[in-house]
Design a protein. Sequence first.
Length: 263
Amino acid sequence: MRFAVNYSTKIANLAKTGKVEFDLFKCPEWDGLLKAATAVKPVYLHLDISLGSGQVEKLDFDALKQILVETGTPHVNCHLSGTPELKPGNKTDRKKLLRQWIKELEVLKKQFAGYSVISENLPFRLAISEYHLASDADLISQAIIETDTGLLLDISHARITADTLGINYRDYVEKLPLDRLHELHITGVRNYHGFLEDHFEMQPEDWPSAEWAAEQIKLGAWREPEIVAFEYGGVGEWFSWRTKTRALEEQVPRLYGLFGGEK
């Protein structure tokens, strides 16, 4: 199990000076960013592949395969999404989305033979209708199990979804196929402009979910993931303004201690 942090110039500077310890950077497939990150630490890729709308076959598979090899990324991730017209209570819509996910997961399995394909749960908010049916834990589990693929559990996404649905996030998470867990994402969650948003630094109320996840892995209740990533910080307009050096200095060591780093 390796512990990763979103690449940012601030975490890179802390790593260069030895002020924080972790195993690798989590990066998107951006050439300039990858060059900067790999000069400091090993990296792995988080791909922007979305399932549910029939776009998978349009991917540049050769380019993706090359960059996966160059970075030593251990698996191919995707995001289980949907389309706005799908209704969670409609049996026909449920079957339609499940068939689409299965079809696209099989494409990824074929194209990326030799890699584990893992699916991430997305955060359902009332304003994002295409994530409503796609956030259904039973449907996610069925797609993963029927295609014999893996799970990328974003526990902050699960917390946001559970809050929207008015249920306990642990109950939601435990419906997912945790025996197929390959990657785990952790962030802080905050009320931002009237709705819950992730990718913030950890607040006191965020630590129990991270500690619970670490305990479940340690006890063997969940499969030990290859990577646990702190998805805090980044580059660009959406992430850079909320990347704080002090938060990284304080929280990366605590999370690295929780998840043990390289074993």
